[in-house]
Design a protein around this ligand. Structure first.
Ligand SMILES: Nc1ncnc2c1ncn2[C@@H]1O[C@H](COP(=O)(O)OP(=O)(O)OP(=O)(O)O)[C@@H](O)[C@H]1O
Length: 237
């Protein structure tokens, strides 16, 4: 792993009305690293991914890509700089085919030279390439969402609950694929409730509560941390 962080999240604050969704969250992500974000419902995990991908302006703090502050750059500019993501609920263009969906993402996300056939094969979508995306099952839609993100040629991939709705075989294949992407040098932030999946894919986790990091370390260490146990189980260890 290189010494310079790919992503630095530094003291980020974000409120929605009176609700402080992010309360000074800070962490770094290195190239080739898979960082998991865990925490109870509403702790700010998706909001953190939204902040990195530029879905809103921050109220405070800063996010940097390879040392460069991202400021108020909108999502499409960040995608062209190498930051892309998947969504909890994928929203493909349902009337376009699987292949067309990936082509559109490549075109608009700066991955004009993407190997579309290679991506479809890698995501096990070759057989569904000419079908309208609206006819795909939920596992295929999750894989299409990832194919669309990869078509932009990201350096940073933000993955939001990609395991939800996948069967055990699909989960295993997805975990292997995310590890392969990290081995190729991408930095990944993975938000996930499925702890086995997180354990398979992450090098390190940040556990969030109320918009703040309450723990950083391996998932195994997290499982023994009294504060983590308290927020997940609602009682002291
Ligand atoms: N656009 C928004 N407008 C208003 N409130 C929001 C918005 N986005 C997030 N929130 C609130 O911010 C808090 C953090 O939400 P967030 O989705 O980041 O949590 P999470 O940790 O990803 O939860 P989950 O595990 O349930 O997906 C929640 O209370 C949520 O209701």
């Amino acid at each position: 792993m290189s010494a310079e962080p790919l992503i630095e999240v530094a003291g980020v604050h974000k409120a929605f009305g009176g609700l402080k969704a992010l309360n000074g969250i800070s962490f770094t992500l290195a190239p080739g690293e898979v960082l998991g974000l865990a925490g109870p419902n509403g702790s700010g995990k998706t909001t953190t991914i939204n902040a990195i991908s530029g879905m809103f302006h921050l109220d405070g703090g800063e996010i940097r890509l390879a040392g460069r502050p991202l400021g108020r750059l909108p999502p499409h500019r960040r995608a062209r700089m190498g930051i892309n993501r998947t969504f909890q609920v994928p929203k493909p263009f349902s009337g376009l085919t699987t292949r067309q969906n990936v082509e559109v993402a490549a075109h608009f996300g700066g991955g004009g030279n993407a190997d579309i056939d290679g991506l479809l094969a890698r995501l096990n979508l070759a057989d569904a390439a000419e079908r309208p995306a609206g006819t795909l099952n939920s596992g295929q839609q999750k894989r299409l969402d990832l194919a669309r993100a990869l078509a932009t040629g990201p350096r940073v991939l933000l993955v939001d609950e990609i395991g939800a709705g996948l069967n055990p075989e699909e989960l295993h294949a997805m975990a292997s694929l995310l590890r392969e992407l990290a081995a190729e040098g991408l930095g990944l932030v993975v938000v996930e409730h499925l702890m086995d999946f997180l354990g398979q894919v992450t090098d390190r986790v940040v556990v969030m509560n109320a918009g703040l990091e309450i723990f950083g370390g391996t998932l195994r260490e997290a499982a023994e941390d009294p504060q983590v146990i308290e927020v997940f189980l609602g009682k002291s260890a």
